[in-house]
Design a protein around this ligand. Structure first.
Ligand SMILES: Cc1cc2nc3c(=O)[nH]c(=O)nc-3n(C[C@H](O)[C@H](O)[C@H](O)COP(=O)(O)O)c2cc1C
Length: 360
């Protein structure tokens, strides 16, 4: 085996508490009202944590999605608020939530995501996506901008968010009895202003146990891949043929190199189906992709969260462990530990800021 990472990364995508199949809410074992139940979400995440899975991922859309006469909304409760509640009921599993770069001011995004990172003791991840549906823009009184403007804002937002995350320096120290709460020389404004957004800073939140949240981004257009190369530690793609996945993984790693980073710091993961296969078949599929260097890991997609997360944990994970493909338990405490990616403090100094548009 030539794969550099010894173990695959395993996550699970959650959503409306039912599952990927729009009819799951009608199953006899399912409470049809549970789509807003935090208890149901917590139970699902705890099951994944029992299996030692690396993270849960909550996608999001900022408009009503689905035909409510026949099926639940695909996305409803705010992911970052949901994950803050989940954090209190779990200990190790990473918590990745979606927050669009198209609307919220970076100061608020930085503050909320860092809060999740502090509350969860360093387990937070941010799926940083530009919204692309006109319906989402309409909910903010806006029209969909051209793609290049959408990504211009994304660069500025991520740059300012990261700068704010780093604005309370480690060197500021810890409060102690000597009389100085923190050294203000190391808690400084960022003074950034771009075409779309800006912030003065500093953000009055100290570093988390993993310093700052992990950034995840989806594979999308060339603009998106370039941005992922600059900022993401985790890139998520759709299921595809093995050769195509290999090619995308290569492109993503090249984008990191172009941005001045080490390709080992960017992990490419793909959605993987569970339903309709035996445990051995699921394990074979994941093993084949992993060993072909077509993916560093997987986000499992379940039709029914109530039964299938448990089945995956009970039947598939032991097979992967027996084959030496998945770790026998959590080795570290933070999401960065689970993913094997280095800590980052504020903006990555290797990544040129000229293309972000945000200047001080
Ligand atoms: C695997 C994957 C996951 C995504 N998750 C989300 C999401 O949770 N929320 C969202 O608004 N967009 C999501 N997107 C869409 C992307 O944000 C992006 O806007 C879209 O792919 C179009 O990008 P483009 O304009 O660069 O082509 C996802 C895309 C992919 C491929």
């Amino acid at each position: 085996m030539t794969t550099k990472n010894k173990h695959m990364i395993l996550g699970v995508v959650l959503g409306n508490n039912f599952g990927d199949n729009p009819a799951t809410w009608r199953m006899p074992n399912v409470d049809p009202n549970s789509f807003t139940s935090i208890d149901a979400t917590v139970k699902q995440v705890q099951t994944a944590e029992r299996g030692g899975m690396d993270f849960v991922f909550l996608p999001d859309r900022l408009f009503m999605h689905g035909n409510l006469a026949f099926s639940p909304p695909m996305f409803n409760i705010d992911p970052i608020i949901t994950l803050s509640a989940v954090a209190q009921a779990t200990e190790r599993i990473g918590l990745i939530g979606t927050a669009s770069t198209s609307f919220t001011e970076p100061y608020l995004l930085a503050r909320q995501l860092k809060a999740l990172d502090i509350i969860s003791h360093g387990r937070a991840g941010w799926n940083a996506v530009p919204s692309y549906e006109p319906e989402a823009f309409a909910n903010f009184g806006k029209v969909l901008p051209p793609r290049e403007k959408k990504y211009e804002r994304l660069h500025e937002v991520i740059h300012v968010v990261q700068a704010l995350w780093g604005s309370w320096g480690y060197e500021a120290g810890q409060p102690n009895q000597s009389g100085m709460f923190a050294n203000p020389a190391h808690i400084q404004p960022v003074n950034l202003q771009g075409k779309h957004v800006g912030a003065r800073g500093p953000l009055p939140v100290p570093p988390s146990e993993q310093v700052q949240p992990v950034i995840m981004m989806p594979v999308s257009s060339g603009y998106g891949i370039q941005a992922a190369g600059m900022y993401a530690n985790l890139v998520i793609g759709m299921p595809s043929h093995i050769e195509q996945n290999r090619a995308i993984r290569h492109t993503v790693r090249e984008a990191a190199v172009q941005a001045g980073r080490d390709p080992e710091e960017i992990k490419f993961i793909v959605f993987a189906p569970f339903t309709g296969f035996t445990a051995e078949q699921v394990a074979d599929h994941l093993q084949e992709l992993f060993e072909a260097e077509a993916a560093d890991g997987f986000v499992m997609n379940f039709d029914d969260f109530h039964t299938e997360i448990e089945e995956f944990v009970h039947y598939v994970i032991p097979i992967l462990r027996k084959r030496g493909l998945f770790s026998s338990g959590y080795n570290g405490k933070t999401l960065r530990d689970h993913l094997g990616v280095p800590p980052q403090y504020g903006v990555d100094p290797r990544v040129a800021t000229s293309s972000t548009g945000a200047t001080s």
